[in-house]
Ligand binder design. Structure first.
Ligand code: GAR
Length: 187
């Protein structure tokens, strides 16, 4: 059994989509959803789907032991970042080498790095009159949005599109592709 842990800080539409997708896949299970935000909607979504949750502080993440202990307790062998906004510390990277995967709502290397998350990304894409955006799924390393790419998908950005329009297009790509890309990595 491959056990997945999902880290998320926000609404959790990706986390819920991944949980539901792997319910139909033999030998794979989402065993834990972790968040640094105790009020994040993702926690409610996980609980509604009967997935255990765990909340930690930024300090606890960086000091290592508490989060690592929890991951070990659940035997998680792969970590998915689904809208997780803190940097992953080296202690975690060392334990999960090439086993931590992030989704970014843009075509990296454009629109990545510190401060580039969620709506900030879509606003920047529109302000710069880009004609396309998309998603990048990549391995996580010690720098923000910098690890090796696994998969990218594009959508068109029209001159009339608002940041909310771009968000909707990007989210559609995320929901369509992210679980499948994870499944292909696990094969
Ligand atoms: C997603 O669009 C994800 O790509 C983005 O946060 C959103 C989370 O949405 N991640 C980043 O910006 C990371 N830099 P969700 O909570 O509804 O899944």
């Amino acid at each position: 059994m491959t056990k997945i842990a999902i880290f998320a800080s926000g609404s959790g539409s990706n986390a819920e989509n991944i949980i539901k997708y792997f319910r139909g896949v033999e030998g794979v299970q989402v065993v834990l959803v972790l968040s640094n935000k105790k009020d994040a909607l993702v926690l409610k979504r996980a609980q509604n789907n009967f997935v255990p949750t765990f909340v930690f502080t930024k300090e606890e993440l960086n000091s290592g032991a508490k989060v690592l202990d929890k991951l070990c307790e659940t035997n998680a062998s792969i970590i998915i970042l689904a809208g997780f906004l803190l940097k992953i510390p080296n202690s975690l990277l060392n334990c999960y080498q090439n086993k931590i995967i992030n989704i970014h709502p843009a075509l990296l290397p454009k629109y990545g790095g510190i401060g580039m998350y969620g709506m900030h990304v879509h606003r920047a894409v529109v302000e710069n009159n880009e004609f396309e955006s998309g998603i990048t799924i990549h391995y996580v390393n010690e720098r923000y949005d910098d690890g090796a790419f696994i998969f990218q998908a594009k959508c068109t950005v029209l001159s009339s599109d608002t940041p909310e329009d771009v968000k909707a297009k990007v989210q559609a790509l995320e929901l369509l592709h992210f679980p499948k890309v994870i499944a292909s990595i696990l094969k």
